[in-house]
Design a protein around this ligand. Structure first.
Ligand code: FES
Ligand code: FE2
Length: 332
């Protein structure tokens, strides 16, 4: 289950994407259904009824706040417990054996977080402070890229592309400083949350501080005197060729108005500048570190790539319902 991405917390969609109806998604090649109970609390289940395998997401949330299967009306609580089976006498001990697969889920910082496994063993998602502290304005955008999440993630941790891909936008000042013999030195500082990457161009800081939040988050601290501005990007695996990019710009100033709108459009454009290049990468999934040529300024992306091959690539075993066995179109 969750092959190549098992045993981790990840945001799956912005909170606003989940209304009153169940929402079908794919996460790391598994079908997942999200729903809200009568009190608005989120449940996350593998989107397959244990009875005859139909998609629970085609059902409805009933008066008891449970997800009711559309086929024979079995209903399931937020943790997957089977709470009712119509038209049959059944002792509750027996019914308990007919649970759907529940996933640990949290809602925090404007995002719904899911654990890619059934036992999160006392762990909690690492929610960036800019998403939960009061006093920040946040803009959340999500879109689907036709790319494997590992290529998207590396792109977000890659500083040397900035003066090329973003030469007219965020890479402009770096490009202006570059000489033919310039050297970009990247330092990798492992941290409990992942790593911090420090960039120096010809011995001088490039300004912004870049962090990797394990497993699939990037955080950029943008230096503005007396103010705080952060960009968070999460690369959420859908399947081998699709990634949901969740982009959040947070700032403790410029709360409303046309300038705020412009700033958000600018962030959207920056992501657009990366998209076509990442989607063109072959092979789609990053290969092992030795299989592509790398240079010193690739330190941060190689740091991520080693982690991926050491801890995630082989995790989770077989997909429950591999895309190749699906007979109906899946919903990215
Ligand atoms: S298939 Fe879900 S209740 Fe029968
Ligand atoms: Fe970029």
């Amino acid at each position: 289950m969750f092959s190549g991405f098992a045993g981790v917390w990840t945001p799956i969609v912005p909170s606003r994407s989940l209304g009153k109806k169940p929402l079908a998604l794919r996460l790391a090649d598994e079908p997942v259904v999200l729903f809200r109970d009568g009190d608005g609390r989120v449940g996350a289940l593998i989107d397959r009824c244990p009875h005859r395998g139909v998609a629970l997401s085609l059902g409805r949330v009933n008066d008891r706040g449970c997800l009711e299967c559309p086929f024979h009306g079995w209903s399931f609580a937020r943790d997957g417990a089977c709470v009712h089976i119509p038209l049959n006498e059944m002792p509750s001990e027996k019914r308990e054996r007919y649970a759907a697969t529940g996933l640990p889920v949290r809602e925090s910082g404007g995002l719904i977080w899911v654990f890619t496994g059934t036992d999160s063993a006392g762990t909690e998602p690492s929610v960036p402070e800019a998403l939960i502290e009061p006093g920040w304005t946040r803009w959340i955008h999500d879109e689907v890229w036709n790319a494997h999440w590992t290529r998207a993630m590396e792109n977000m941790l890659d500083t040397p592309h900035v003066p090329f891909v973003h030469r007219r936008t965020i890479g402009r000042s770096m490009r202006a400083r570059m000489r033919p013999d310039s050297v970009l030195r990247m330092t990798v500082e492992p941290k409990p949350y992942g790593a911090r990457f420090v960039a120096e161009l010809d011995g001088e800081s490039t300004g912004a501080a870049l962090r990797w939040r394990r497993p699939n988050g990037m955080e950029l601290h943008i230096p503005i005197p007396d103010k705080k501005m952060r960009l968070q990007i999460f690369c959420v695996p859908i399947d081998a060729l699709h990634t949901r990019m969740i982009v959040i710009a947070s700032r403790n100033f410029l709360h409303w108005g046309p300038l705020a709108w412009l700033s958000n459009q600018f962030n959207r454009y920056i992501v657009f500048e990366d998209r076509a290049l990442v989607q063109s990468s072959q092979p789609p999934e990053v290969p092992p570190p030795g299989d592509e040529v790398s240079i010193a300024s690739d330190g941060p992306t190689l740091h991520f790539r080693r982690y991926y091959f050491r801890e995630l690539k082989e995790s989770g075993g077989e997909a429950l319902i591999p895309a190749s066995r699906l007979t109906a179109p899946s919903t990215p």
